[in-house]
Design a protein around this ligand. Structure first.
Ligand code: 2DT
Ligand code: MG
Length: 233
């Protein structure tokens, strides 16, 4: 039996993930674009409230587990669609899950050290679990593993100049710097050849699409495959 392939576009905020995910899905023919967090589900509704209302309190562990639970809400749909021959493009997924939580841990520690009292980003006390990559990864074990992950990155300086920074939780430039280094810690691109880092610094939309599309063709993930769907282990 052949199936479609699972393509993940990850990256820092404002690097063009959503724009590129939509373009790539359009080029893949029979395809579906899925975005995480998916704010339209039950759990996604709570996540949306957490992200948009800074007075809405959740422990860092609970927030982390909700993001993972949100992926599990769509697990069956992803597998069904792949088996029906759809190509799925994901706009964020597991790596955002680990990188942002890990970044919150680092951020909490810096806040603790500087004596600042409150922050909307993370708890003011860094909890042990948030610094434990194994703990952070565990709830995602068993979800489908992307056939190709492309991580969009750019210099923090150019990122700061980009338009569209909002006032959601995490949309703070000093936090993005920590997010970037957290992503680099969790991507394991050296030992996993399904993970590619794409530097989009100074590149326009079309140039980035070309880079991504070339990678997709090189890896053959734009063709149906008879490989089994791999699970995160
Ligand atoms: P968007 O701006 O892309 O809607 O994301 N996030 C995302 C996490 O902290 N954990 C996760 O598992 C995922 C998928 C990244 C909203 C914010 O949610 C963060 C930014
Ligand atoms: Mg955002």
């Amino acid at each position: 039996m052949t199936r479609g392939q699972l393509i993940l576009i990850e990256g820092l905020d404002r690097t063009g993930k959503s724009t590129q995910s939509a373009i790539i899905a359009g080029k893949l023919g029979k395809s579906k674009l899925m975005k995480f967090p998916d704010r339209t589900t039950k759990i996604g509704g709570i996540i949306n409230e957490y992200l948009t209302d800074s007075s809405f309190q959740l422990s860092d562990q609970s927030a982390h587990l909700l993001f993972s639970a949100n992926r599990w809400e769509l697990n069956n749909e992803i597998i069904d669609l792949l088996n029906k021959g759809y190509f799925i493009v994901l706009d964020r997924y597991i790596y955002s899950g680990i990188a942002y939580s890990l970044a919150k841990y680092e951020y909490s520690k810096s806040v603790q050290n500087s004596g600042t009292k409150s922050t909307a980003i993370a708890s003011t006390t860094a909890s042990e679990q948030m610094g434990d990559v194994e703990w952070l990864y565990c709830p995602d074990k068993g979800l489908p593993k992307p056939d190709l992950t492309m991580f969009l990155t750019m210099d923090l300086e150019e990122l700061g100049n980009r338009k569209g920074w909002g006032d959601e939780r995490y949309e703070l430039q000093e936090f993005q710097k920590i997010v970037k280094s957290s992503f680099m810690r969790v991507l394991h691109h050296e030992e996993d050849d399904s993970v590619e880092i794409v530097d989009v610094n100074g590149k326009g939309i079309e140039a980035v699409t070309e880079l991504l599309w070339n990678l997709i063709q090189k890896k053959g993930v734009n063709e149906l495959t008879d490989k089994q769907i791999e699970k995160l282990r």
